[in-house]
Design a protein around this ligand. Structure first.
Ligand code: ZN
Length: 311
């Protein structure tokens, strides 16, 4: 299943495996001026190549080596053999050998398995800058969702292609490898760019990027605060999941536990370990309440975008 829409000079291409005619999970690629940002999953590679039949691809820039962002590479390169493909240095080994991604079985079913691709170039070769005839994009390191993650920023129009560094909606389940400290740091880095359009990995284009980015930071810090408060009351992870999320979300079951609310609570715990060592050494039950860094109204911010992934 594939959807295409134009946002000025940017073509938004959203892809998903369909089940009974409904999309399982959207992921996006963006085309502008001969540059494709991300390559979609393997399961929609043929459709993506057909969509791009009249939009030539001279360059491909990858945000990170997850299967829903690199799976279409081989089909694209078969059709556009002269295209140059760039990714961060950390992403290269996984693109050359997707076994290193460590995909669980459900991920192979939902997106398909990427084939190895060896023609990839490091962004180091172009000093983190990708030029098209009309635009110049700068790669910005944004780890956290994955270690190899970069975003691409076009400073003249202030377009920000952020892959999965920003995922809209309320977070209710995370993978264990997500690093909250790095995710929040990367969101702050993106906010300092003052983008005017945000093009995320879900394909839901944001017209108010700064409030969205700051709201996400506030939500995560608020959540970490709530976890800290409940931990100091002596609550277990299972109790905190029940109190904050009303139990594990459905994603916990269809990802066979890879994504869970318990992982998110643990990520908050590790974040608190890093950011409030003095508080955490205090006697249990002795501290509560808010911490520095709270953003006002953070808990009131919730995305209403139905297409955003609920993690
Ligand atoms: Zn990802």
């Amino acid at each position: 299943m594939i959807q295409v829409e134009k946002h000025g000079s940017v073509t938004v291409i959203r892809m998903a495996r369909a089940l009974f005619g409904r999309p399982l999970y959207w992921t996006a690629a963006y085309w502008l001026d001969g540059l494709l940002i991300d390559a979609g999953p393997a399961c929609t590679a043929g459709e993506l190549v057909r969509v791009l039949e009249k939009a030539p691809v001279q360059q491909i820039a990858i945000t990170h080596a997850h299967e829903d962002h690199i799976g279409g590479l081989n089909a694209l390169l078969a059709r556009f053999p002269d295209a140059r493909v760039y990714a961060s240095r950390q992403a290269l080994p996984m693109i050359e050998n997707p076994e290193l991604i460590g995909m669980q079985r459900y991920r192979q079913v939902v997106w398909g398995k990427p084939k190895p691709y060896t023609g990839i170039r490091s962004l180091d070769e172009v000093e983190d800058t990708i030029r098209t005839p009309q635009f110049t994009l700068r790669a910005v390191e944004t780890p956290g969702h994955s270690r190899d993650h970069v975003s691409y920023f076009e400073p003249t129009y202030r377009w920000l292609f952020c892959g999965d560094a920003f995922i809209g909606g309320r977070d209710t389940a995370w993978a264990p490898e997500f690093d909250m400290f790095a995710i929040i740091s990367s969101l702050r880095t993106l906010a300092t760019l003052r983008p005017e359009r945000l093009f995320p990995g879900s394909g839901t284009v944001r017209r108010t990027p700064l409030p969205d980015l700051l709201g996400k930071i506030g939500d995560l810090i608020q959540l970490a605060n709530e976890v800290h408060r409940l931990e100091t009351e002596g609550r277990s992870v299972d109790e905190i999941v029940e109190m904050l999320f009303g139990g594990e979300p459905p994603m916990r079951w269809w990802t066979f536990g890879h994504f869970s609310a318990a992982n998110l609570v643990n990520a908050c715990h590790h974040y608190n370990d890093l950011t409030m060592p003095i508080d955490r050494s205090a006697p249990r039950g002795g501290k509560n309440g808010s911490r520095r860094g709270d953003l006002p109204n953070a808990s009131a911010r919730r995305s209403t975008d139905p297409d955003d992934r609920r993690r």
